[in-house]
Design a protein around this ligand. Structure first.
Ligand SMILES: [Zn+2]
Length: 115
């Protein structure tokens, strides 16, 4: 799975609140996770270069934020008519807008808003 470097750059930069949210309740520090993210950015997203410790951090926090973000559903209750995940190419926009919905839910939401 190829890492979307723009997405990763957003997460370690302006979108750091998502990393902070992910580590909440764990013993990990946001800067540890962001550090692994920055390392990956410096290495074109090549996860093979990570140490085993970095790999654990990556798998635990960054991978889910990059590849498996659950759609919150049209009503925000997690009921999603789609796959239940936000499309990879739609993630950056979702993070930026702070609307964590897949395309179809987002479209349904927009339709409800204008109805
Ligand atoms: Zn959805």
């Amino acid at each position: 799975m190829e890492i979307d470097l723009d997405l990763l750059a957003y997460l370690v930069g302006k979108g750091s609140r998502y990393i902070e949210g992910a580590v909440q309740g764990t013993t990990y520090l946001p800067r540890t996770v962001a550090g692994v993210g920055t390392y990956l950015l410096d290495n074109d997203g090549n996860v093979d270069l990570l140490t085993s410790k970095q790999q654990v951090t990556y798998d635990k926090f960054l991978k889910p934020l990059l590849f498996a973000v659950p759609c919150r559903g049209v009503a925000g209750d997690g009921v999603c008519p789609g796959t239940g995940l936000i499309e990879a190419d739609f993630l950056l926009k979702s993070y930026r807008d702070d609307v964590l919905c897949c395309r179809s839910c987002r479209a349904a939401k927009a339709a409800t808003a204008t109805a």
